[in-house]
Ligand binder design. Sequence first.
Ligand code: ZN
Length: 147
Amino acid sequence: LALYLARRHLYEMFAHAMAEDPAECCGLLAGRDGRVERVYRLRNAEPEATRRTRYTIDAMDQLRAMREMDDQGLELIGIFHSHPRTPSYPSATDVARSRMPGTTDPLYPGVAYLIVSLEDPARPYVRAFRLDGPEIEEERLVVVADE
Ligand SMILES: [Zn+2]
């Protein structure tokens, strides 16, 4: 399994992460058949005190983005956020929040979780993970040329 995205999609996620630094950024990736077509930069609704270490996608932002995807025949294929000071790996909170409360059932089955790390500000990078199962699994990201 792999997720395909263009260089410009990477740069959009990096730009969002840098703009929100030192807070975590968040957003959605929409596309078809595992190919990203659109990056949604959304607001982190966490309060000031916690937004450096966790994220909650603003509910209205998410609703608007999901409606637009529906209208354009796109699917939700990824959820991204940033780790401003730590490596790109899901935190216990990230894993817990990817599931239905009190269960191990994924909230968004089949959706990849991408984490942009700004640990080294000169070299932002992103990794993708599947949180559907009991284990955290890395998903391959394939960067394709911009059309
Ligand atoms: Zn995280």
